[in-house]
Design a protein around this ligand. Structure first.
Ligand code: ZN
Length: 291
């Protein structure tokens, strides 16, 4: 269930041809953050990635998804966030060694964010954003400008309790009614403080930033944590590993245990289960044993 605090709010400055999104994550973010103890700078980076993920996936259709995989040669080696068109998110981080507070380059080192979009129809697109500037927002802004010619501004903030973000994006087609709308609105957006992002709910923050502007509001949408892992998915993953590799693990450990890094769910396959993974399926749908 989405808690009162987990909200995504889309809005539109029609005359200025600018769309906007505000997101505030509380319970959903805490579910991600409390999965494993993370040093504060890495935790906050993961929170920013969750907020950015919700902002950038806000125009996805119901069954679409957007996955962000940040890899670096710094302490934050791997961060993964997946957001769906149903307004769910999941995320995980693998951290190695000490993390001291500082710019993105200190927390993640040199690296990139691989962004994979899966559409409603199951088509996949991938983009690569090299880590740039001192923060995640700059990295993603530069990527969107370069790859999709979409002028975008992002403001992101996270702590142990809340992850939040604001996005303004120039529409690809301009009506030309409000020529300096983009520069005026981004200047107003840039006045947002970290404290405001973390403390104000989206509707209040929107009024505080753009109270003199004509804005069309959509209904606020609830956001929740959801992990899509399942026995079936783990089965497919093990089948992908191949018979030889699975047999080798079974010989060594007598069983295979897979723990989902996003939600902690444990999947266990004993010797017989593992044999069944590779058994040919009979026309009746019953498994026969491998000889
Ligand atoms: Zn899971």
């Amino acid at each position: 269930m989405a808690r009162h605090g987990d909200r995504l709010l889309r809005f539109l400055f029609e005359e200025a041809d600018v769309r906007g999104v505000l997101v505030r994550l509380e319970q959903s973010w805490r579910t991600v953050a409390e999965r494993r103890p993370l040093p504060a700078p890495a935790r906050d980076l993961l929170g920013e990635l969750c907020a950015a993920g919700m902002l950038l996936s806000s125009s996805l259709k119901q069954h679409g998804s957007l996955t962000f995989q940040l890899t670096g040669d710094g302490p934050a080696q791997l961060l993964v966030v997946e957001c769906t068109g149903e307004r769910t998110l999941r995320g995980m981080a693998r951290i190695e060694g000490e993390v001291t507070p500082g710019p993105l380059s200190r927390v993640a080192g040199t690296g990139q964010v691989v962004i994979t979009a899966e559409t409603d129809q199951g088509e996949r697109y991938q983009g690569i954003a090299p880590l740039a500037g001192d923060d995640l927002a700059t990295t993603l802004e530069e990527h969107l400008q370069r790859s999709e010619q979409l002028a975008t501004r992002l403001w992101l903030a996270a702590d142990g309790k809340t992850a939040a973000g604001l996005m303004l994006q120039r529409m690809p087609v301009h009506s030309g009614q409000d020529q300096d709308g983009w520069s005026r609105l981004t200047q107003l957006g840039a006045t947002v403080t970290r404290k405001e992002l973390l403390e104000l709910d989206p509707s209040r923050l929107l009024r505080r930033l753009f109270h003199e502007e004509t804005v069309r509001l959509f209904d606020p949408e609830p956001v929740r944590f959801h992990c899509g892992c399942s026995h079936e998915r783990v089965t497919r993953m093990l089948q992908g590993l191949g018979y030889a590799e699975v047999s080798r693990i079974i010989e060594a450990d007598n069983a295979i245990e897979v723990t989902c890094e996003f939600c902690g769910q444990n999947y266990r396959f004993n010797r017989l289960d593992a044999e069944r993974l590779f058994a040919p399926v009979t026309p009746e749908g019953l498994s026969s044993t491998r000889h």
